[in-house]
Design a protein around this ligand. Structure first.
Ligand SMILES: Cc1ncc(COP(=O)(O)O)c(C=O)c1O
Length: 414
C-alpha cells in the first residue's frame, strides 16, 4: 500500500527497485489479526483493573497495542522506509504489533536481535545490521544464516572485516556512519560512533573501490528536539557525498525523532519529516537510492506504562519497587519527565500536590531518579504509582541487580 508521501515522491519508485530482502518469502506470510505473542500476555482494560485483579507488589509493565498502531501509522508518512530500532523495546508483542501495523524492516545491533526478528517473521522482515562495531562471528552468521545484506561501518577496518566475513555472492550495501552535531538531542550518539566528514568521504570511496554499494547513515541523537537537526545532518551528508563522488545507494537518517514527554513539547513528527523531504531535495543525490529512517523511541514511547507500588514513605522520599536498575533506567537523567498518577485501592479524597524524591528498591545509592515526582501529599505505603510514556528504553534496560527483576508484562485491551 502506498502512503501519501510515497505517492508524492517520484524517487520512491526507484527505491523499490533496489532488492533488499528476498521477496519470494513475503507472499506466503499472513500477518496475524492479533500478534501471536499476545496469547501469552494477560489483557486488562485499564491499570485500575490490574490493581483490582492482582493488587501487584511487583512492577507491572503494560503494553498498549493501540498506541503502537497509531505510532506506526504516523511513520507511514515518512518519505522512505521506516525501520524499527529493535534495541528500544524488543518485546515480541511490540515487534509483532508493529509488523502487523506495517513496519516490516528492523534495525538490529546484535545476533540476539537478528535471531529474535527472524524467529518472529522469518524472511518476511528486512534486517539492517547497523551497529558500527560487530564481531566477526556475528557478521558471518548474519550473512550466512540470515542472509543480511545491509551493514554499517564508520572506519575502513570495519568495512574490511565485513568484506572478509560476509558472503560476497550476495550484493552487499555498506552504509558509512557520519558523525553529526548532537547539540539538539538529549542523548548524543556521535561521540561513540561516526566518522568525520573527511573520513566518511574516504571510507565511501574505499567501499566503492571494493566493489560494494555504498550508503550514508547518521543519527542526530536520541530525543532530538530540533527538527532542523535532520536538515543540518543531510546537508553534511550531501557535502560528504559530493566529496566522495561515488554512487550512493542508501541514505539512512537514523532515529532521534522525539517522544512527547512532559516539558519537552516537541514539534510534530510531520514537521520532522518535512525537514527530511526538504533536505532530500537540496541533497540532489542521483535517483535510485533508498531513503531509510530507524526510529526507536518515537515509535514505542507512548505505548508503555509501568505500574509501581510505594514500598516505604520517609518524609518526602518515596521508595518504589522499581528504579534505575529496572524499567526506570532513563529516569536517572534529571531532564527526563513522565506523566505520573497515584492510584489507591478504594476512594481517596483529592489532596494537594507535593514533590517527592524517588528511590528504587536496590541498596545502591545511585538508584534514585534525577527529577522528583509530583503526587498528592497524602501518598502512603501500598499506594500505586502509574508512570506513563515508558515504552522506550525501559523493558530493554532491566537488570536483575539485587534480585529485583521487573518481569510482569501485560497488554492493555482498550
Ligand atoms: C543505530 C541506531 N539507530 C536507531 C536508534 C534509535 O534511536 P531513537 O530511539 O532515538 O529513535 C539508535 C539508538 O541508540 C541507534 O543507535
Amino acid at each position: 500500500m502506498r502512503n501519501r508521501a510515497e505517492a508524492l515522491d517520484p524517487e520512491y519508485i526507484a527505491d523499490l527497485s533496489l532488492p533488499y530482502r528476498d521477496e519470494t518469502f513475503v507472499a506466503p506470510f499472513q500477518p496475524p489479526a492479533l500478534a501471536p505473542s499476545a496469547a501469552g500476555l494477560r489483557g486488562y482494560g485499564s491499570v485500575e483493573e490490574i490493581i483490582e485483579d492482582l493488587a501487584p507488589s511487583e512492577p507491572v509493565f503494560c503494553i498498549d497495542p493501540f498506541e503502537l498502531r497509531a505510532s506506526a501509522a504516523r511513520f507511514m508518512n515518512f518519505p522512505g522506509r521506516p525501520l524499527y530500532a529493535v534495541k528500544c523495546n524488543p518485546h515480541p508483542f511490540v515487534l509483532e504489533t508493529l509488523f502487523d501495523a506495517g513496519i516490516r524492516d528492523f534495525d538490529v545491533a546484535s545476533l540476539g536481535e537478528i535471531e529474535l526478528v527472524e524467529s518472529l517473521f522469518g524472511k518476511a522482515a528486512g534486517q539492517f545490521f547497523n551497529n558500527p562495531a560487530k564481531t566477526r562471528p556475528a557478521i558471518r552468521k548474519a550473512s550466512e544464516l540470515h542472509g543480511i545484506r545491509f551493514y554499517t561501518a564508520d572506519c575502513i577496518e570495519e568495512v574490511e572485516k565485513i568484506l572478509q566475513e560476509a558472503d560476497l555472492s550476495d550484493e552487499l550495501i555498506i552504509a558509512v556512519r557520519l558523525a553529526t552535531p548532537g547539540k539538539d538531542a538529549r542523548y548524543v550518539l556521535s561521540t561513540k560512533f561516526g566518522a568525520s566528514a573527511d573520513e566518511a568521504a574516504r571510507i565511501l570511496q574505499h567501499v566503492h573501490a571494493r566493489g560494494v554499494k555504498a550508503g550514508i547513515s547518521f543519527h542526530v541523537g536520541s530525543q532530538c528536539l530540533s527538527p532542523g537537526a535532520f536538515g543540518t545532518a543531510m546537508t553534511l551528508a550531501g557535502k560528504v557525498a559530493r566529496k566522495a563522488d561515488v554512487p550512493i545507494s542508501v541514505l539512512n537518517v537514523g532515529g532521534g525523532f522525539p517522544a512527547p514527554y512532559p516539558g519537552d513539547s516537541p514539534a510534530s513528527l510531520q514537521h520532522y519529516f518535512s525537514h527530511v523531504i526538504h533536505g532530500r531535495q537540496k541533497l540532489a543525490l542521483a535517483p535510485g537510492y533508498m531513503l531509510l529512517c530507524e526510529p526507536g523511541r518515537s515509535l514505542v514511547a507512548t505505548s508503555g506504562t509501568v505500574l509501581l507500588q510505594v514500598v516505604v514513605r520517609r518524609g518526602n522520599s518515596l521508595y518504589l519497587n522499581d528504579g534505575i536498575f529496572g524499567t526506570l533506567q532513563e529516569l536517572g537523567h534529571p531532564k527526563e519527565s513522565r506523566p505520573v498518577r497515584l492510584l489507591r485501592n478504594g476512594d481517596r479524597p483529592e489532596k494537594r500536590p507535593a514533590e517527592f524524591k524517588i528511590y528504587g528498591p536496590t541498596c545502591d545509592s545511585n538508584d534514585v531518579l534525577g527529577a522528583s515526582f509530583t503526587l498528592p501529599d497524602d501518598v502512603q505505603e501500598g499506594d500505586w504509582v502509574e508512570v506513563g510514556m515508558m515504552g522506550a528504553y525501559s523493558l530493554a534496560m532491566r537488570t536483575e541487580f539485587n534480585g529485583f527483576h521487573a518481569s510482569n508484562v501485560v497488554r492493555l485491551t482498550g
